[in-house]
Ligand binder design. Structure first.
Ligand code: LLP
Length: 433
């Protein structure tokens, strides 16, 4: 289905983003090209932030889950907007540090942080480490002791909630590689162990139940279970935790028929449940952290490609081949994710044929969109795939030694390259012999 998902079509019948004509962006910066509308990103940051002010008296913080899209510019932008960041690797942490992100607002996640990553994080006074397991807890204690520091920690907990989303991005259920389980007592055990350590300070708990979720109920259930756990930890262990980090996972619109929950509604619902449980158990209201990734950057991005071949197999399928593919967007091959697209240079034209958009990698599964209705595609047309701002650039690879596209940020008719296109020399730069 050809749909601009809210982006404007200008008088020339061209798709517009951030006040820039998509076809002119390709003429200026080349193809394929990631384009992100800065105002949409900033608006999303503000929506979340304002909702915490409105529904929870500002007792919380929004942390941008930077795995969705990570580069120097985005950390600078989100820091300006007053958000913190979730990082999951030394590389994301290093990028955030180089961007000048305040360390106290960086949360370090991941199910197997290496000693080197922990050393980097602790040496630079990371805000919080979200501890995944007991082995990691002991590693943190050792690194912190060696550096004569105390590290503030949260525990990653599996609240036992099944969110209705793709199984690869479900994380709240007991059969998950992430975190410690509530129902087996593992979560209480790790909290007990941590309470006895000298170089960690237990400040809270964290959960993340999955991604691209369209319902409120799993979030409110998670909030309830987690707040109860904080109260139980106080009663059983005498530990008073003050931070409740409820992760991300808020769904966005990829297709016209997708109907995501308003960002406000999540916070409103969750704040109500946390307040109710805390009051019932005589517990001070915890700070709430939320970690949206996809919903901050996803809707802001599009990817522009040039169509190079239109291959009609009579009675079977028409393949429209573009100059990118699974290297810049592996989400179809990984999760069979669906996208909408438009022909950017003829954006207002009616759809007329169902085609399949294929990438240029040597791989039959290298598809971007299967069976999409578009105006008749011609060689040289510019195809815009919508809502590619999250988990596209950040998951891109150099498969087939194809360079990653540039990322251009647009705002009020101005465009700037924030990540440059990879050249052939970039491709061979680590090859030594
Ligand atoms: N917090 C934690 C601890 C997470 O693991 C994640 C995502 C988030 C926050 C942000 O979730 P979001 O708001 O973006 O849904 N590559 C997959 C998505 C993997 C998500 C991993 N964790 C995709 O392309 O759909």
């Amino acid at each position: 289905m050809s749909d601009t998902l809210g982006f404007r079509v200008n008088v020339k019948n061209h798709l517009e983003i951030g006040g820039c004509d998509a076809t002119e962006l390709v003429a200026q910066f080349g193809s394929p090209l990631y384009v992100m509308d800065e105002s949409i990103i900033r608006n999303s940051c503000r929506l979340y932030k304002n909702a915490i002010d409105k529904y929870y008296g500002g007792r919380g913080r929004v942390l941008y889950a930077s795995k969705a899209f990570s580069c120097l510019y985005i950390y600078k932008l989100i820091a300006q907007e007053g958000l913190g960041a979730d990082v999951v690797s030394g590389g994301e942490l290093y990028t955030a540090m180089k961007a000048g992100m305040p360390m106290e607002h960086i949360y370090f996640h991941g199910n197997n942080k290496t000693p080197q990553e922990l050393e980097l994080a602790i040496a630079n006074n990371i805000g919080r480490v979200v501890v995944d397991n007991v082995f990691e807890l002991d590693r943190i204690e050792a690194v912190a002791a060696a550096q004569n520091k105390t590290v503030k920690i949260l525990f990653r907990i599996k609240p036992g909630i099944d969110a209705h989303t793709h199984s690869f991005v479900q994380t709240g259920q007991i059969d998950s590689k992430f975190g410690v389980a509530l129902e087996t007592g593992e979560a209480m055990d790790i909290a007990r162990r941590a309470a006895g350590l000298a170089h960690v300070e237990v400040v809270g708990v964290h959960c993340h139940i999955g991604s691209q979720i369209f319902e409120l109920a799993p979030f409110t259930l998670a909030a309830r279970v987690m707040t109860e756990f904080m109260c139980d930890a106080r009663d059983k262990l005498g530990i008073t935790m003050t931070e409740l980090n409820l992760g991300g996972g808020y769904g966005i619109k990829y297709l016209l028929q997708d109907d995501p929950v308003e960002y406000d509604a999540y916070i409103k619902a969750v704040a109500g449940v946390v307040t109710e449980v805390a009051q019932a158990r005589g517990f001070s209201l915890p700070y709430i952290m939320m970690e949206p990734g996809r919903s901050i950057v996803g809707p802001a991005g599009i990817t522009l490609y040039t169509i190079g071949a239109v291959k009609e197999i009579p009675g079977i399928r028409t393949y429209v081949s573009v100059d990118g593919g699974m290297g810049d967007n592996p989400r179809y091959i990984l999760y069979q994710s669906e996208y909408s697209a438009v022909i950017a240079n003829r954006a207002g034209e009616p759809d007329e044929a169902v085609v399949t958009i294929a990438g240029k990698c040597c791989e039959s599964g290298d598809i971007l969109i299967k069976d999409i209705k578009l105006p008749k595609a011609e060689v040289g047309d510019i195809l815009a795939v919508m809502a590619t701002g999250a988990y596209n650039y950040s998951m891109a690879s150099n498969y087939n030694r194809i360079g990653r596209p540039a990322v251009v940020m647009v705002k009020d008719g101005e465009a700037k390259v924030v990540v440059k296109r990879e050249t052939y020399d970039d491709i061979i730069k680590n090859d030594l012999l």
